[in-house]
Design a protein around this ligand. Structure first.
Ligand code: SF4
Length: 348
């Protein structure tokens, strides 16, 4: 199947049946993966601080500096959470917090170096999202390249694409005007890739974004990956889409249906023909997430904690064996996947 255009994607979304989308998505999935096989990780998101100045209107997690309820986790609390993750069989930590003006880049470098020293390769961690990375580089008056090098030298392997939501300038003006621009997002991600670190693409749907905005996000993501691959860089390891949870947020709203989510996963799988993994979100879709494997997804996390989405209404199921029985009943062989080290660092 040849690459589809944005116009063709729009037509597919508006006119294709679920079965047609599934068939096309399975075709692209099959170029990367066995049809009846999926992979997963057990992970925990450690929300190290809830203090944030970005004030996104879709966020139920943050408090402003000096407001009641703000926190920063201690080193001991972080280690306890990682120890607990290891106890339940997981090995991936994602650090995600707010734009806390009291925490400089050095705070993070010291934290990540301490985590790497204590755990070595027993765990892997996603150090920051691109959103936090941009904020920290800006606060430190460093170029993205220099900030990425500082983090890499502290033992960081991954800075993931979180905080992207919908990558159009207009969406950001409507909902996250203090965050950063789309241009900055991709400049930062390019610097991260060029520094030899691994990264991912993400997307969140279900706000008030239009179909054209969703397609613009996918187009920008595909273009970024094309440029990376053309220049001999690793590029984006995966694309993860999750759904907006509206409870307790200023923007509010209602959740989209699982069917809309599955169709979007299929459209993403078809469109992003240059990204190996398309990941489905158990965090926001619970057991419904596994049906997305029939729509082109091939990989998922089983998270045991994420305060950001839990504050906005996400519920986390801790019966991991019970969860894994669902994709197995759908006919998939599911196997555990360990996070990869960056190619540029494998000999270090
Ligand atoms: S989504 Fe992230 S950046 Fe936006 S207000 Fe919440 S914590 Fe801050």
């Amino acid at each position: 199947m040849s690459r589809i255009t944005v116009d063709e994607a729009r037509t597919l979304w508006n006119e294709a049946s679920d079965e047609e989308l599934q068939a096309l998505a399975r075709g692209v999935r099959g170029t990367f993966h066995q049809p009846d096989h999926a992979t997963y990780m057990v992970m925990r998101i450690i929300n190290y601080t809830n203090v944030c100045v970005a004030q996104c209107d879709y966020c139920a997690f943050y408090v402003l500096p000096n407001q009641e309820g703000g926190y920063v986790l201690s080193r001991r609390q972080v280690f306890e959470k990682i120890d607990n993750l290891l106890d339940v069989g997981g090995d991936l930590v994602a650090f995600n917090g707010g734009f806390n003006p009291k925490l400089p880049l050095e705070f993070y470098c010291e934290l990540f170096a301490a985590v790497r020293e204590r755990y070595g390769d027993r765990i892997e961690f996603y150090a920051l999202t691109i959103a936090e990375f941009v904020y920290l580089a800006d606060r430190a008056h460093l170029s993205f390249a220099d900030a990425a090098a500082r983090l890499r030298d502290a033992g960081v392997h991954w800075i993931t694409g979180g905080g992207s939501e919908i990558l159009t300038e207009d969406f950001r003006k409507r909902h996250a005007k203090f965050k950063y621009t789309v241009r900055e997002y991709f400049e930062a991600q390019r610097a991260i890739v060029e520094a030899g670190l691994k990264t991912t693409a993400t997307m969140v749907i279900g706000f008030d974004e239009t179909l054209d905005e969703r397609l613009e996000h996918l187009q920008r993501t595909r273009d970024f990956q094309d440029a990376c691959l053309r220049d001999g860089l690793d590029g984006l390891f995966s694309f993860l889409c999750w759904t907006y949870k509206p409870y307790g947020t200023e923007f509010a709203g209602v959740e989209i249906s699982p069917q809309e989510y599955w169709r979007h996963i299929a459209l993403s799988r078809i469109f992003l023909d240059n990204i190996k993994h398309v990941r489905t979100s158990v965090l926001t879709q619970n057991e419904e997430a596994f049906r997305a494997l029939d729509y082109g997804a091939d990989d998922f996390d089983l998270p045991i904690e994420d305060e950001v989405t839990q504050k906005a209404g996400a519920t986390i199921e801790l019966d991991l064996a019970g969860l894994l029985s669902v994709p197995r009943k759908l006919g998939y062989e599911v196997t555990y996947r360990r996070a990869e080290r960056p190619t540029a660092l494998t000999s270090i």
